[in-house]
Design a protein around this ligand. Sequence first.
Ligand code: MEV
Length: 277
Amino acid sequence: MSGFARGKLILAGEHAVVYGHPAIAMGVDRGTRVSLSHCEGPTHLPGGADPRLAAALRLALPPHGVRVDVHSDLPVGRGMGSSAALAVALLRARDGDVPPDALFDAALALETVFHGNASGLDVHIAIHGGAVRYRRGPPREAVALPAPGWSVVVIDTGDAGDTRRMVRDVAARRPSVDGLLADIGALALAVEDALHSPAQLGPLWTRHHALLRRLGVSTPRLDAATDAAHHAGALGAKLSGAGGGGVVIAVPEGPPDALVERLRAVGHDAFVARAAT
Ligand code: MEV
């Protein structure tokens, strides 16, 4: 039995979404496939999984008799939703075709064990893909948006971030960062309006990155990657995901492959991510 789920990129609103503000995200053409088969002895998870994630996944499996194989082209711990994709793919492999709401609740329970206080955005995208404006609620609101017709350029810093720690650090700085979180939420709505115009979106992403920096979730390498994107001709760039490591996303001015080439030429690990349902 096997199940697949997509990774995601947050286009605007990370962290603010944990506190009820809107966020914009999209599923990407990368994801995770989990296959379950019978084995003798204790249930076997592949080596290399984050120990906390492995502990969360074990909750969804019997202690004996299951072999779990994972194939993924999502970089782990980089803000691209690898843990939600793994949880959703595993539940799909275990349960087959379950109604999306039941799958959401089960996957969010696993994400919450792993991440602490998860908004559910990553799980929503892992299940549905596409582009979305998402509010945690209650009531939860997920409005499907037309996916951007242009492709995002992703720069992987190579550093893994710890979502649980980043979310906890932001929580510890409340209420003094509440104004900043509200500004990020407001910017998410502007990003939604600009989603189909790279020229308008670029400067919004650059402003968004500055807000996330003030929130304390950027790193020198994420800042360097956004600078590199600008020097290479991007229209704008921001970190994407919880921060503390992970990826930067950039709006290319022209063909995304040309921006990727320029970034690789100066030593960055860059690739193109396309919206996918
Ligand atoms: C993590 O991908 C995004 C955060 O907003 C946390 C969450 O939404 O659960 C930082």
